[in-house]
Each structure stands twice: as structure tokens, then as C-alpha cells.
Design a protein around this ligand. Sequence first.
Ligand SMILES: NC(=O)c1ccc[n+]([C@@H]2O[C@H](COP(=O)([O-])OP(=O)(O)OC[C@H]3O[C@@H](n4cnc5c(N)ncnc54)[C@H](O)[C@@H]3O)[C@@H](O)[C@H]2O)c1
Ligand SMILES: O=C(O)C(=O)C[C@]1(C(=O)O)C=C[C@@H](O)C=C1
Length: 312
Amino acid sequence: MSEPLFDRVALIGIGLIGSSLAHNIRAHGLARHIAITTRRAETLKRAEELKLGDSYHLDAAEAVRGADLVILCVPVGSCGAVTKEIAGALEPGAIVTDVGSVKGAVVQQMRPHLPETVHFVPAHPIAGTEQSGPDAGFRELFENRWCILTPPDGTDAEAIDRLKRFWEGCGSTVEIMTPDHHDLVLAIVSHVPHLIAYNIVGTAADLETVTQQEVVKFSASGFRDFTRIAASDPTMWRDVFLSNREAVLEMLARFSEDLASLQRAIRWGDGDTLFELFTRTRAIRRGIIEAGQDTAEPDFGREHGRHEPERK
Ligand SMILES: NC(=O)c1ccc[n+]([C@@H]2O[C@H](COP(=O)([O-])OP(=O)(O)OC[C@H]3O[C@@H](n4cnc5c(N)ncnc54)[C@H](O)[C@@H]3O)[C@@H](O)[C@H]2O)c1
Ligand SMILES: O=C(O)C(=O)C[C@]1(C(=O)O)C=C[C@@H](O)C=C1
């Protein structure tokens, strides 16, 4: 087995992403020591029961002392406060990174607190489920998934390369882009789809009780997929929408315009418009499958709660 890439990794926050990283670091020998810290004693105890790390700390500064890789795995709205808390204990030369679903706001929150002696390389694995907490993590989460790095201009190339190798060690393919571009792309492929899911499930839930029962009874796979997404962590997603406000609002405006034109097509019986759109979107789905990017294999995903169990 080759030498571990890092000596000590500090994982701050041990939910779905933090615990999945812990499984990977262990399984692929990516670091000699995993130090885990989180806010609540109860969560830390659970992480210890699951044997996710080598040391456990309620004090985040204590966890990052001596670490050559520090990964913030907390909701994006907490990244600034956490960085402030650990700043004084960071080792010179350490790589500081995160996994947040929004990049511009996270960079803005974290950067002012970081000493010049560390390398700041923000990251976002495009992989997740609707589950949260330390029990939710699993080793295969990042396999064949993208991880986007958004290093600020002038970041040490060796630090970027080391973090790239770390994510490759977790099974991901790494791409580099600016935080603004990341936020625009993710607004349309991840953030707005989540908002649509929250909204449609909310609309169904507000229907009359008798109809609501029918919603549960007759929900076929399309609606069930929405309910899975709409079960995603409320804190995480509140923070995502508040942190990526502009890009989300821009994409929502376009979405609403397109929805209005579909509404018009239905009203006026314009079948050609509907048919043309549905043909184009079908081709997009087929393109994703041909590119091998539909990684939600039923058996594997179901085991980890990525899919609803088979209906009885
Ligand atoms: N869930 C996903 O699908 C997914 C995918 C990619 C990236 N992300 C990003 O990863 C990050 C973590 O998400 P998750 O799904 O692992 O969430 P999670 O709710 O499963 O875990 C979050 C962890 O952070 C801890 N925490 C919260 N506030 C804290 C604070 N101030 N100080 C210390 N610990 C704190 C919680 O106790 C918990 O252990 C988020 O920024 C999210 O945007 C999530
Ligand atoms: O599969 C899911 O449950 C997800 O929502 C994962 C998903 C996504 O939208 O693709 C959610 C948020 C992340 O920042 C990255 C990945």
C-alpha cells in the first residue's frame, strides 16, 4: 500500500458527508489519523460508537491542531463561524477545505478568518442523499461522481494537486472552476430541482385530507422521487438557498417563464410545443445514461436509502 497522502485529517461535522469521508479515508488509507469534531456531544459519541475516527473532540481547535488537512463538513451557513473558531490553531502549510453545496458565499465567509500560512482550496462533491447524520455515511458515496474545486487565484498548485488526489482516492473525478460559475451551474442542476420538489410535495400536503390520502396511496415513481428529494435536510437546504440567492433567483425566473409557456400550450391545445419539448428532454436523459452518469443503480442506492424501498 502506498504512503497516505496526509498525516492527520480533521473532519469538522460528522454527518452524511463527514462520515462518508471518514469511511473513505480509512478504506483507502488516505491519512494516518482521523480527528473528528462536531458541535453536539451526542453526535460525537455516535461517531465514536461507529468507530469513524481515531480521536474525538468537542473543541474544534483541538481537532485541527497538527492536521495537514482540515475539512469543514458543516452546513454552509456555519462555515464562517467554524473557520473563526479554528483559525488560531491551524498548522502552517495545512490545506483547509470544505464540502459546501455553495461556493461563493462560503469563500466569502471563510477567507477573512484564514491565516496566510494555510492553503485554502474549497471543494464540493456532487454526491449525496436525502439522509443526514453520522449513520448515513457510506464508502461508495463519491465513487464515479464529480468533485468540483474552486481554488482562489494564486493558490499553491501542489496544494490543489494534493486535494485533487485525495478526492480521486475517494473515487471521484475532479474538475476546477470559479465559485461563481459553480454556483450558477449548481443552481440549475441541484438547487432549483430541490426547491421544485419541496414545493410540489408541499402543494400535495396542503390538499384536502381525503385527497392527501390518495396522494400517498397512488403516488407512482415520479411523485415518490420528488418526496425523496423533499425529505432532504432542512438546515442544509435553508442555508443553500439563502447563500446562493442570486443564482437561484435567476434560474427560477427562467424556469417560471418556461413554465408559463407550457401553461399557455396546454390552454391553447398546442400539442406541437409540448411534443417538441418532451422530445428534447428525453434526448437529454438518454445522453446522461449513454455518458454513464446515471449512477443511481437501484440495488446499491436502495441499500443506503437513496431510493424508497419497493412498494408493498
Ligand atoms: N447532503 C448532501 O446531499 C450533500 C452533498 C454534497 C455536499 N453537501 C454539503 O455538505 C455539508 C454537510 O452536509 P451533510 O449532508 O453532511 O449534513 P448533515 O446534517 O448530515 O451533517 C452536518 C454535520 O455538521 C454538524 N454541525 C452543524 N453545525 C455545526 C457547527 N456550527 N459546528 C460544528 N459542527 C456543526 C452537525 O452536527 C452534523 O454532524 C453541507 O455544507 C452541504 O451543503 C451535502
Ligand atoms: O441525490 C441526492 O439526494 C442529492 O440531492 C445530491 C445532491 C444533488 O443535488 O445532486 C445534493 C446536494 C449536493 O450539494 C450535491 C448533490
